[in-house]
Write a protein that binds this ligand. Structure first.
Ligand SMILES: Cc1ncc(COP(=O)(O)O)c(C=O)c1O
Length: 394
């Protein structure tokens, strides 16, 4: 049972079917004038329209990229380089994806100043903090819509409103929310938005950036002037066609899927918290994605729990796939104010619409048995080590 859909998703058969002709006979370069090229161009523009429709944008406000990371880089560096004469201050949050965080670190090395808003124990920024952080030098606010590790949703509509009242651009990373909860660039006051295909049953290596009409940025990739000169390079036509189809499918069933998934999510949360002692939910109980749960279990090492659950047939994760190779404590969980030992005892479960085929009771039982087994071997749990001393509590 694959329960790591925040990391990536399985390509759907409808998506694959729609892509196949563009990997075979319809191979033309969309920038050429003859018929096979025109066919590719038509498919490209249909996909652009589908992405635009799914976020209430106009077709020419969508630029295709290689994925969420590139879209984040383009939005943030593109605006920073364009507006640096106006100011060099950017506001973000402490729990951004590395695609945003590392881009900001890079800009800091070029003398930009970044304020990282705290997210408190519920994983959500406070609007008062945002208002206080704004200076006459602020050119951009980049705050993610939904968090990839803990699933919390930020109040983006209000953030966008404040940005505009202060004549500041607002970018949001909607990679985890697109196709899962409503994304409406008009209503939510968004100037720039990043989305990715492989989180919504589309192919990997494709994404898009929404750039509101009138917003100017410096391109990162120069070349033949494709994508209105904002992102040169021959477009990945088959991938983009797949992304368009995946977006259409996800957005047309959004409410239905959200309702179904949040029911399973809530059942898992309730049963785990009820049956497993010293288990906790990371992040706000309600302001969260319908498909993401993040627990922590006292005196448990997350990686061992993942391996035990895998042996029982459940594929889960400790959090972000991007940092799973390092033993560095998750910066997202650390930002919630958790002790380093607690941070290592986390488990992320991320559902997909096809996840309703599994038995929640059996799954919760598998977690409970695994936690119990690990705790039997844990010197921390068995009071052979002083927990408070380890976490530095008096
Ligand atoms: C919130 C968020 N932003 C950006 C990305 C990067 O997207 P991509 O893998 O398409 O580069 C991810 C992927 O995990 C993500 O979860």
């Amino acid at each position: 049972m694959y329960l790591d859909n925040s990391a990536t998703t399985k390509i759907s058969s409808e998506v694959l079917e729609e892509m196949l002709p563009y990997l075979k006979d319809e191979f033309g370069n969309p920038s050429t004038l003859y018929s096979v090229g025109r066919e590719s161009k038509k498919a490209l523009e249909q996909a652009r329209q589908r992405i635009a429709d799914s976020i209430n944008a106009k077709k020419d406000e969508i630029i295709f990229t290689s994925g969420g990371s590139e879209s984040d880089n383009l939005a943030i560096k593109g605006v920073a380089f364009k507006l640096q004469k106006k100011g060099k201050h950017i506001i973000s949050s402490e729990i951004e994806h590395p695609a945003v965080k590392e881009t900001l670190h890079f800009l800091e090395s070029l003398d930009f100043k970044v304020t990282y808003l705290p997210v408190y124990d519920n994983g959500i920024i406070k609007i008062e903090d945002l208002k206080e952080a704004i200076t006459p030098e602020t050119i951009l606010i980049t705050i993610m819509h939904g968090n990839n590790e803990i699933g919390t949703l930020q109040p983006i509509e209000e953030i966008g409103k404040i940005a505009h009242e202060n004549n500041i651009l607002f970018h949001t990373d909607a990679v985890q929310t697109f196709g899962k909860v409503e994304v409406d660039v008009e209503k939510q006051n968004i100037d720039l938005l990043s989305v990715s295909s492989h989180k919504i049953n589309g192919p990997k290596g494709v994404g898009a950036i929404y750039i509101k009409k009138g917003v100017r940025l410096v391109p990162l990739i120069h070349g033949g002037g494709q994508e209105r000169g904002i992102r040169s390079g021959t477009e990945n036509v088959a991938g983009i066609v797949g992304f368009g189809k995946a977006a259409e499918l996800a957005c047309s069933q959004l409410d239905e899927h959200a309702e179904k998934l949040s029911k399973i999510r809530d059942e898992i949360i309730e049963k785990v918290l009820d049956t497993i002692p010293e288990s906790y939910l990371n992040g706000d109980r309600d302001q969260r994605l319908p498909n993401v749960i993040n627990f922590r279990f006292k005196a448990i090492e997350g990686e061992s729990l993942i391996l035990l659950l895998d042996s029982k047939g459940y594929q889960t994760s400790t959090g972000s796939a991007c940092s799973s190779k390092t033993l560095e404590a998750s910066p997202v969980l650390t930002a919630l104010g958790l002790d380093p030992v607690d941070v290592h005892g986390s488990l992320r479960i991320s559902l997909a619409p096809e996840s309703d085929v599994f038995d929640v009771d059996e799954f919760v039982e598998a977690i409970a048995q695994s936690v119990e087994r690990l705790r039997k071997m844990s010197p921390l749990w068995n009071n052979e080590l002083d927990y408070n001393a380890i976490v530095g509590r008096k």
